[in-house]
Write a protein that binds this ligand. Structure first.
Ligand code: NAD
Length: 465
């Protein structure tokens, strides 16, 4: 009998091991955390009463960020850097015209930024270059002991993402994605409603970047004189969701990702590429037969706690701009595009707000006046202080200003930032991992736990005061 049992047990063990290996999930390498290093959740650093900022990348996006920072007390703009000399001079002139001190200028080639990250008089390096330089500059800035803020998407592959995490942990410096959509008034109000239980348990979320970029393609920096610019080049060379952070960021915050839940795996499907190759043909007369990025990419994600997320990417189809932003909860529903609305269980609406309305139920959006009252009642505390100024300074209606204001507010007081390097990792990893899924016939791909074991230490996203 013993003789029979042993081989049987061995066969069973083999089968279990085998199933694990054959669960069809593609896994990427998770580097072991170097000895002596811990996570940077809720990282507090020494207060910096006057934050000295260096800006690298002054194309279409960067100058607006410089301008916003001039409206925040306790900020010194000490360095401006771009490959193109005139971009630097133009922004510096604006500082001088405003009566501010001129910043030190750096321009000329694609490695001039190396002089900037090592400047001793800089606290924060703010990066708004093309995607290929984002992480490269961020990594060096962390090595040079600076806090780092990187435009989105902040990193393009898993190696860059893990290096940013490791350096932020090792140097105890902040490294955050400049994800402005997390500060949109609707998203922030909805997050507040979620955190107060108005939508019940949020089970499903949707986000997107649907934005025909035809008016902009030709205005991006030309990394290659023979191309339409870096962004079209990247789309030509890569399948996948190349701009996921506007869609995924606010949904992850509402779902407490790495604050009690974590994304486990994704699967992606895409259409063939039609719109962008046709655009290149029309503008440059070139026939492109190997364009990788499909017109429409859809990605589904499942979380540890049994939630799902749908993320879409489309930068070519003739559709109205949309980031979708949709949350489905057990007691209610929120939707930003194409129309802003809330649908709530009658019992979930504050009786004071519902008093004058009969038949409130979740089968249709609450009436406009109720929506407005909800937006007022659940206005996020960080918006209350700064709303008017944000709308005056602007930047996508004010959300860009709130993002910069919060970054400086927390640095000045040594408080944890609203977003951390794990947010950066979770949101940006969709780029390489959706490409991996697509290149493997839409196979599931594991989304690593970038906190390496600390994903349920916190219980929700917080905005330190
Ligand atoms: N969050 C948002 O709403 C938002 C909106 C627009 C753009 N963006 C992001 O901002 C970034 C910049 O986009 P953009 O539209 O300004 O592109 P852009 O091509 O207009 O600007 C990029 C600039 O970076 C400079 N540059 C490139 N390599 C450099 C290097 N090695 N050193 C110094 N400068 C360098 C170029 O000369 C150019 O001026 C992108 O990552 C984009 O995705 C974000």
């Amino acid at each position: 009998m013993k003789k029979l049992i042993l081989p049987l047990v061995a066969a069973c063990l083999l089968l279990v091991g085998c199933c694990k290996e054959q669960d069809h999930v593609i896994r990427t390498k998770v580097p072991v955390r170097p000895a002596g290093q811990t996570d940077v959740l809720q990282l507090r650093t020494d207060p910096i009463p006057t934050v000295r900022v260096a800006f690298i990348g002054l194309g279409m996006r960067g100058p607006g960020a410089v301008n916003r920072m001039t409206h925040i007390d306790g900020v010194e703009i000490v360095a401006l850097c771009d490959v193109v000399e005139s971009n630097v001079k133009k922004v510096n002139k604006k500082l001088i015209d405003k009566g501010l001190p001129a910043a030190q200028e750096f321009y000329g080639d694609t490695s001039v930024w190396r002089q900037v990250t090592k400047l001793p008089n800089v606290d924060l390096v703010y990066i708004a270059t093309d995607w290929l330089h984002h992480a490269k500059i961020g990594i060096q800035a962390l090595k040079d002991d600076k806090h780092v803020a990187i435009e989105v998407p902040s990193a393009m592959n898993m190696e860059e993402i893990w290096e940013l995490i490791n350096l932020s942990e090792q140097k105890r410096k902040h490294c955050l994605p400049l994800e402005n959509c997390c500060y949109d008034f609707f998203e922030l109000t909805t997050l507040n409603m979620v955190q107060q239980g108005v939508l019940g348990e949020v089970l499903h979320g949707e986000g997107a970047y649907i934005h025909g970029l035809q008016p902009y393609w030709n205005s991006y920096w030309k990394n290659d004189a023979d191309s339409l610019g870096w962004r079209m080049d990247y789309n030509k060379k890569h399948r996948g969701d190349l701009y996921p952070t506007h869609g995924i960021g606010p949904v992850c915050q509402a779902m407490n990702i790495h604050r009690g839940d974590k994304m486990n795996f994704l699967v992606s499907v895409d259409t063939k590429a039609v719109g962008n190759p046709a655009f290149i043909k029309e503008k440059m007369g070139k026939e492109v037969t190997d364009f990788r990025n499909g017109d429409h990419t859809s990605t589904l994600i499942r979380t540890e706690k049994g939630k799902t997320i749908l993320i879409e990417h489309d930068v070519t189809s003739p559709r109205p701009y949309s980031r979708m932003y949709q949350l489905t909860g057990t007691k209610g529903f929120a939707n930003k595009y194409p129309v802003q609305g809330f649908a709530l269980d009658a019992g979930s609406i504050d009786p004071a707000i519902a008093a004058n309305h009969e038949n409130l139920n979740a089968h249709s959006f609450v009436p406009n006046d109720v929506r407005k009252e909800l937006m007022e009642k659940y206005k996020h505390p960080i918006v209350k202080d700064i709303e008017e100024k944000a709308k005056t300074v602007g930047g996508h209606g004010g959300m860009d200003f709130i993002m910069d204001y919060r970054l400086i507010y927390c640095l000045q007081r040594g408080l944890p930032l609203d977003m951390d390097v794990y947010d950066l990792a979770e949101w940006c990893c969709l780029i390489p991992l959706t490409e991996l899924s697509l290149d493997n016939n839409s196979a599931p791909v594991e989304i690593p736990d970038f906190t390496r074991g600390a994903w349920d230490k916190l219980d929700k996203v917080t905005f330190a005061q």
